[in-house]
Design a protein around this ligand. Sequence first.
Ligand code: SF4
Ligand code: SF4
Length: 445
Amino acid sequence: MFGKYSFRGGVHPSHNKDQTASRNIETFPAPERAIIPLSQHIGTPAKIAVKRGDTVKTGQVIGEAGGFVSAPVHASISGKVVSVGPFPHPLGRRVTSVEIENDGTNETVEFNPSDKPWREAAPQEIVQKISAAGIVGMGGASFPTHVKLSPPSNKPIDTVIINGAECEPYLTADHRFMLEKTEQILLGALIIKKVVGAAKLFIGIEENKPDAIEKITEQLNKEIFKEIIPAKLQTKYPQGGEKQLIAAITRRQVPSGGLPMDCGCIVQNVGTACAIWEAVSEGKPLYQRVVTVTGPAIRKPGNFLVRIGTPIKTLVEKCEIDYDAAQKVIMGGPMMGLAQSDLDAPIIKSSSGILAHSTLTAGTRDYDCISCGNCVKACPINLVPSFISKFVQKGLYEDAMAWNVLDCIECGSCAYACPAKINLVHYMKLGKFHAMAIRKSQEQK
Ligand code: SF4
Ligand code: SF4
């Protein structure tokens, strides 16, 4: 039933998913103290809606959307607001956040579901529910979902792809989600298709998750899900990247500098699809998510349903992190995740995993390029990382722009494939930084 799809380029890092792939999602205890950042999404931060001393309930709005490209944030526990101020953030800077002390009651706001079945609701009503629930892309991109579901009228969407690839090594949160929330994900997918008026709806899953493929296939036999097209994806990194998924399944290319909607597509992660279903059917806001906690320095790895705002430290200590062995703690996977310098930073809406490594990344000493071409073969965007990195090293940023440095998705495939251990991603990031500055100054002229 499932066809098999792939894309050009990519690499094959070890999966390292066995530690957690068969572990059911466990509910993680609500923290004694939650730190909830007002910025957990791409776009304008939320505007503070509470003050020190206020009492809040679980699910209550504590930050209102700061504009169209923004999202509200909600209390993930009940209790007292003890402070509002800058706190560590997993993206590496201090961000205005709301600190809530848990009162232990978990008193929850009354949810406000749609007053009619989703099939009868107008797309705009559904989008409003999704917006009010504070849903953002949960696969890591954290783009506000209501914005993604509101493309301009000159960009019609004919294809929706639900992303169950989970190609990052170690992470299994989406895998478990597909096994344990199968029906909710598929119902969320149908809602997305309705909202954007697409003709086709795919769900893509990497072939290294045969149990998830089987479970989804069972559901797709039901009449209600007949319109969903299954797509078995070759296990290859970065298969879960939006552009790679679109290329694999539809053979369309997102144009340079463009977005999926420029080729008629929308991609949503399986976790986001489930959150959409919960927002529309129950009126439930996004205040918790599934996180994989794993890595060689974690003694008790697992997949956990975690309240947003739970400090990373609380999570890894409960999973018995070996601090002596842990050399590096990463939010996300080893390929694209971000090393954490402060474990007081909280879990946010886009935290798919916490990985505690017992070894540091291999030395980043740059040996000379041997012109082997591995990086070019590995790049899923068809870039030439060897050339671009040389331009960047020489400060020739306009040349790097001419070679499309801004299209780099920072996937790390080139660096992974490079036998000379050249820190190519660093040069790509640096090149993008300078290219953005050049573009901005050109626009201001
Ligand atoms: S990090 Fe950028 S240049 Fe390197 S493989 Fe990925 S997209 Fe290509
Ligand atoms: S993979 Fe490394 S050594 Fe080979 S061409 Fe690219 S940069 Fe040079």
